[in-house]
Write a protein of this length. Structure first.
Length: 226
């Protein structure tokens, strides 16, 4: 009779509430239930073993030792998960000092009619670079050539006919070409003021004044507002 199935259930980590103590408590409840099931199956195995060929007692000891090892590993994993979430909360607390500062990142651009300062790069080997501006529906509303050297660029928010684009959020990228071949596309970097730091799924999100949400790890630069 195979009695290894209870250990399979025990190896599945339970959901952590973010508190290491509660994580261990939840793991303990699950493991106690699995251990009772394990003992019942072990007892059934002993009762139904072949009298002419009984199972060696050392095999039972090995099974108990294996279950104990899995039990300890599961509790350790749950504890580490809880500690990791606590570290995420600590990181968000430290990032609260960023609120009010201006951040630079690859993110959508919020246009209100005023020129927007952007930073972009073209891919190596490119002999032509085109800035592509898309609206919220993904439609291209502007396309213009930019220097392949990259750097800072002031986007005036004008459409193909020279009239200002409607206020809103736009996705801007730079397509790099070598001859007729497209080498790839890179998003531009823009700046916005941080108004909030949030913890979501163990990651820290920064909310910008225009509503953009950017992972803290994706911030490329910070400065105090002018």
């Amino acid at each position: 009779m195979d009695i290894t199935s209870p250990t399979t259930g025990a190896a599945t980590p339970s959901a952590s509430s973010g508190n290491p103590a509660s994580a261990v408590a939840e793991a303990g409840t699950t493991l106690n239930s699995d251990f009772e099931t394990f003992l019942k199956m072990l007892t059934a195995q002993m009762k139904n073993q072949d009298p002419l060929n009984p199972v060696d007692s050392t095999e039972f000891a090995s099974q108990l030792a294996a279950f104990s090892t899995v039990e300890q590993q599961v509790m350790t994993n749950d504890l580490l998960t809880g500690l990791g979430q606590q570290l995420g909360v600590l990181g968000m607390g430290q990032l609260q000092g960023w609120v009010g500062m201006t951040a630079r990142a690859e993110m959508p651009v919020v246009f209100d009619g005023s020129p927007v300062s952007l930073t972009y790069t073209a891919l190596p080997g490119a002999d032509l670079a085109q800035m592509m501006v898309r609206d919220s529906s993904g439609s291209i509303v502007q396309q213009q050539g930019v220097p392949i050297a990259g750097g800072d660029f002031v986007w005036k928010g004008l459409g193909e006919d020279g009239t200002p684009l409607p206020a809103g959020t736009y996705s801007i990228s730079v397509d790099s070409f070598q001859g007729q071949d497209v080498l790839g596309s890179t998003p531009v970097q823009s700046q916005a003021r941080i108004i909030e730091a949030q913890l979501s799924g163990g990651s820290t999100l920064l909310v910008m004044e225009g509503g953009q949400r950017v992972l803290a790890a994706d911030i490329l630069g910070l400065r105090h507002p002018a």
